[in-house]
Design a protein around this ligand. Structure first.
Ligand code: FE2
Length: 361
């Protein structure tokens, strides 16, 4: 398959937050990330601060405004803390930016360089749905820490086995899913891997539609969801209402040992969606033999699904902000390359129980 828009991988995910110091503390103490670097008032930034957290191949950047009237503060007033940038590492930032814009992308930042004694990093950005952007970044000529301007401010985390970003999911408004599917095809050369319609993903009350887009090299996977009409308000409608439009719904973090990862997260107080015990009574019939002890999976609430290539284990946190918006998935792939379609129904019924408690069903 020809790759007409080479992307190496997701470089980092940037969150806009109200208080980056506390977000850094949360991701370090709960998710076990190392806090690696800082850029702020003490290092020459005048209006915002950045904290970089790292665990294996996952880099998270937390940015907060430090003065009144900041543009970031205005975005935060609408959305609350949110994923603002899914940044890609590319071979050639200038080519990527100009080609994307030529194909119809809306510019967010024209190409520019950051430089210091450690070299040069080239950066440019384009808009996607809502207030979200994709940044193109190349640091082949840079041998310093993350980006020029950042200084080491190391605080060790207790790693929980997170290896890399598996996929990032966007929620868009009704009727917009195919618009963004076409956008990723036309502009970034992505392919539609899988589609789910409301027959696949529906419960008694709600339904949604989803298409999984993948980059040319297959390393970047972005499912895009839109609500489908149901008897009550779907989880996607709830997200759109509380977020104030389209945005990133969840980030899936891949681990090689989901039991250890989830045990550690639980010991730090992370809360997960629960499925009924009956889910596990039918599990072996549905997925066949697996390496893990079903008792342990049941205790932790870990879900299992199988496809033609193998099986996967997954679990979803409750929203990590006050608003029912961003949450995380922990996923452990044992050959399977799919996304857990067999779990959707059990999962959405679980989300609906949470919605009912919030009075938003
Ligand atoms: Fe997912």
């Amino acid at each position: 398959m020809q790759d007409n828009f080479p992307i190496r991988k997701v470089d980092h995910i940037r969150h806009y937050v109200g208080n980056a110091r506390q977000s850094a503390f949360f991701y370090r103490s709960v998710f076990g990330f190392d806090q690696v670097a800082y850029h702020g008032l003490e290092t020459g930034l005048k209006h915002e601060v950045d904290y970089l957290l790292v665990q294996n191949d996952v880099k998270l950047l937390f940015t907060a405004p430090v003065r009144p009237g900041h543009a970031i503060a205005e975005a935060l007033a609408i959305h609350g803390d949110f994923v603002q940038d899914i940044a890609f590492e590319v071979d050639d930032v200038d080519w990527s930016y100009h080609e994307a814009v030529r194909r119809g992308a809306k510019s967010a930042r024209e190409p520019f360089s950051l430089r210091n004694d450690d070299g040069e990093v080239r950066i440019a950005s384009i808009h996607i749905y809502g207030d979200t952007i994709h940044t193109f970044i190349n640091r082949d000529k840079f041998h310093g820490l993350f980006l020029p301007g950042f200084r080491e401010r190391f605080e060790k985390g207790d790693p929980i086995g997170i290896q890399e970003i598996d996929h990032c999911v966007g929620n868009v408004e009704l009727g917009q899913m195919n618009v963004w599917v076409k956008w990723y095809e036309d502009i970034l050369g992505f392919k539609n891997l899988i589609s789910f319609d409301d027959n696949d993903i529906s419960t008694e009350f709600t339904s949604l539609m989803s298409k999984v887009m993948a980059s040319g090299n297959g390393r970047v996977k972005f499912p895009i969801n839109e609500p489908a009409p149901g008897k009550k308000k779907s989880q996607i409608d709830e997200y759109l209402e509380f977020f104030g439009g389209a945005g990133v719904q969840h980030v899936a973090l891949r681990t090689d040992d989901i039991i250890e990862t989830v045990q550690k997260l639980k010991s730090k107080g992370m809360e997960f969606l629960r499925v009924p015990k009956t889910y596990y009574e039918m599990l072996t019939d549905r997925v066949g033999e697996i390496d893990e002890d079903i008792e342990v999976l049941s205790e932790l609430g870990i879900l299992v699904d199988r496809d033609d290539e193998g099986y996967l284990l997954q679990i979803f946190t409750k929203p990590i902000t006050d608003r029912p918006t961003l949450f995380y998935e922990i996923i452990n792939r044992k050959g399977a390359t799919s996304f857990g379609k067999g779990n959707f129904k059990a999962l959405f019924e679980s989300i609906e129980r949470e919605q009912a408690v919030r009075g938003t069903l």
